[in-house]
Ligand binder design. Structure first.
Ligand SMILES: Nc1ncnc2c1ncn2[C@@H]1O[C@H](COP(=O)(O)OP(=O)(O)OP(=O)(O)O)[C@@H](O)[C@H]1O
Ligand SMILES: [Mg+2]
Length: 383
């Protein structure tokens, strides 16, 4: 029997838990042609969520364009990624894709091939010369033109949008702003995982995309939704897990989708068919996950200075929401001053080790937090 808990890739249909409200909100934003910045920590389910939503849009009324900017590093690669996404959004058969790509972006010299699964892949020979062949403004204008001509509403998703901050200058960011502000039939959804950078991008008045969309922070999945999701999947495969253990499991992962699925996956493997999960199985699953990561965690820990370790020790041991600049926290964990702690926080945020959390901070990797808790004593600062 295959393990019903999936972690790593995009999840849909049967591996997808709740997000009912979020799907509704996204759907409304698309219907209203709004722009949305949807952001969260890594592996929180942004891509899965947005794919789930666009997969349910009726084809006769909507056209969905999904551009993944992960592999892009400059204006040229942005142009070819978007041109490819538009072509693939319009057509599904290889010959039709090529025909459309040639018609819309002939200057980029498109070619189609099939990948190992038989899915059409679109490439552009003009990769490094893309901006000269087809200017960025021209590609960015296509979605609105399509919406008018085809009388369909268009949604454009830019996944991994934080990439554009690494392009060297803000030309792409500025051009996006100046072009899309005139678009009336297109909803733009920007997905991003570097929360602090993305926030700056739309909350800083000096940035081109300042307030050019609603911001939508994606939260964890609540334990009440995990309860039935997890129980059902165990029962369907002739295994059982009690609600108290599911609660403990969700507290361990803090409802983080990836870590919850990962832990469930390991627990499920440990439980025999016809059996019931015991607290010991859960505990050994957690230990196994920590063991697996320990090499990376040790390397990370050793890369930190003493104040970073002290701060992280405090964050790992204290309950969530703790005020980390308060004098009792600083004293307890051997940190000298609020300004010193602020410097520590800044560098930890820059490297995505910690994240903002309702006026406080949290350690992004839930298992790293547990690892720190287990390997440090609350009062030992030497580390
Ligand atoms: N709604 C959900 N229900 C159950 N599991 C989920 C859900 N959303 C995400 N996950 C889990 O989280 C993992 C990561 O999902 P996904 O790739 O969509 O996240 P992401 O935020 O786009 O990640 P990244 O920051 O790496 O782009 C999935 O493989 C799955 O295990
Ligand atoms: Mg993603």
């Amino acid at each position: 029997m295959t393990n019903p808990f999936k972690y790593g890739g995009i999840v849909g249909r049967d591996a997808f838990c709740n997000r009912t409200q979020e799907m509704r909100d996204l759907r409304r934003a698309i219907e209203n042609c709004q722009n949305l910045f949807l952001y969260s920590e890594r592996r929180f389910g942004k891509t899965s969520l947005v794919k789930q939503v666009i997969g349910k849009l009726p084809n006769d009324k909507y056209l969905a364009i999904y551009a993944d900017l992960w592999a892009t590093d400059n204006e040229e690669s942005f142009i070819t990624e978007l041109a490819g996404a538009i072509s693939l959004g319009l057509e599904s058969k290889a010959d039709r894709i090529l025909h459309t790509a040639k018609r819309l972006f002939g200057g980029l010299a498109p070619a189609v091939s099939l990948d190992s699964d038989g899915n059409p892949q679109l490439t552009f020979a003009m990769g490094t010369q893309a901006a000269k062949a087809v200017p960025l403004t021209e590609v960015l204008t296509v979605p609105e033109t399509l919406a008018r001509r085809r009388k369909r509403q268009v949604v454009v998703v830019f996944d991994e949008f934080q990439r554009i901050l690494e392009y060297g200058d803000d030309r792409v960011e500025r051009t996006i702003r100046s072009v899309i502000q005139h678009h009336q039939r297109v909803a733009y959804i920007f997905l991003a995982s570097r929360k602090h950078l993305i926030r700056q991008m739309f909350l800083d008045q000096n940035r081109p995309l300042y307030r050019s969309g609603e911001h939508y922070p994606l939260g964890p999945i609540a334990a009440e939704h995990w309860q039935s999701f997890i129980r059902t999947r165990f029962r369907r495969s002739d295994k059982d897990i009690g609600s108290e253990l599911i609660k403990t499991l969700c507290e361990t992962t803090e409802g983080h989708p990836f870590y919850t699925q990962h832990l469930c996956h390991v627990v499920w493997e440990r439980c025999k068919p016809g059996g019931r999960v015991t607290p010991r199985m859960l505990e050994s699953a957690i230990s196994m996950l920590l063991d697996r990561e320990s090499y990376a965690y040790i390397a990370l820990w050793e890369s930190f200075g003493i104040n970073h370790r002290r701060f992280l020790t405090g964050l790992a041991h204290e309950p969530r929401g703790r005020k980390v600049y308060a004098s009792d926290f600083l004293r307890k964990y051997g940190l000298r001053s609020p300004s010193g702690a602020q410097r520590v926080v800044r560098t930890l945020m820059e490297s995505d080790v910690v994240d903002r959390d309702n006026g406080s901070f949290l350690i992004s990797d839930r298992f790293f937090r547990i690892w720190i808790r287990r390997t440090t004593s609350q009062f030992a600062y030497g580390m």
